[in-house]
Design a protein around this ligand. Sequence first.
Ligand code: ADP
Length: 255
Amino acid sequence: MIKVNNLSKEFHEQGTSNELLAVDHVDFTIQNGSFCALVGESGSGKSTLAQLMCGLLVPSSGEVLFEGKNISLCRGKQKQVLRSKIQLILQDGKGAMDPRFTVYQIIAEPIRNFRKLSKKEEEREINDLLTMMELPEEIKLRKAHELSGGQQKRVCIARALAAQPDVLIFDEAVSGLDVLVRKHILDLLKRLHQERKMTCFFITHDLDVALYLADRVMVMRCGKIIEDRTFHGSTDCFTHPYTKLLLHSIAPYLG
Ligand code: ADP
C-alpha cells in the first residue's frame, strides 16, 4: 500500500524569487493490486508527484509511506530495495536506456542488481519477459536506438518487471506512440495487471486513456487532486466542473 500524507513539493522558479508549489498538500492511498490513473494537463504536477512517490524527489512537507515506511527517510540497502519495488516507466523509452547496451543487457541489469539468479535462470527469465511483452527473441542482441518506439516501450516495461516490483508507475508512458501501437501496449498493461495483480499508477493527460485502463481516476490541477473517483464504466461519478469539461472534450471519442 502507498499512503500519501499531506504531501507538498515547492520549487524555486528559475530567474525569479518566486516559489512554485508543484504539489500542493495532496492526500490519497493506493491499495495493493489496484489500477489508478492520474489525469491532468501539462504542468499540473503529475511528474513531480510520481517522482515523490518513488523517492526520486524529497518532499518539502508531508510524506509518502510504502508498506508503512517513509520513502524519503530510507537509506542504503533499504532505499535500494524500495527502488526495486516501485518502478517508474517514463515517456522517453530510448532516453531511459543506455545506448551502449543490448536489449539483453538492459533487461539483465535489474536482475543482476536486485536478484541472485544463475546465468541460465537469468536467460530463461529474460526470454519469459520478452514473450510476455510480445517481443521476438532475436531482439535481445539489438541496441535500444535500433528499435521502434513501441518496442522500446516494451523493453522498458520488461526491464521494470525484471526487478520484480510491487508497483509500476507509468509517467506519460504511451504518449507519442501511434494509435495502434498505443492500444496494443495499453491492452498489454491491462493483462499484466490482471494476471500479475500488480499495483499500477498510470499518469496521462488523456482522460480517455485513463477511463480505458483504470478502476480509479484522480484528476490533478495546479498541484491539487481535485477529483478522485472509483470508476465503474459510467462517467456519471465525476462531478467536478473541470473533469466535466475534460469529459465534454473527449465525448466524440467515447463509445
Ligand atoms: P506535469 O507532469 O503535470 O506536466 P510537472 O510535475 O512536470 O507537471 O511540473 C509541475 C510544475 O513544477 C511546473 O510548473 C514545472 O515547471 C515545475 N517544475 C517541475 N520540476 C521542476 C524543477 N526541477 N525545478 C523547478 N520547477 C519545476
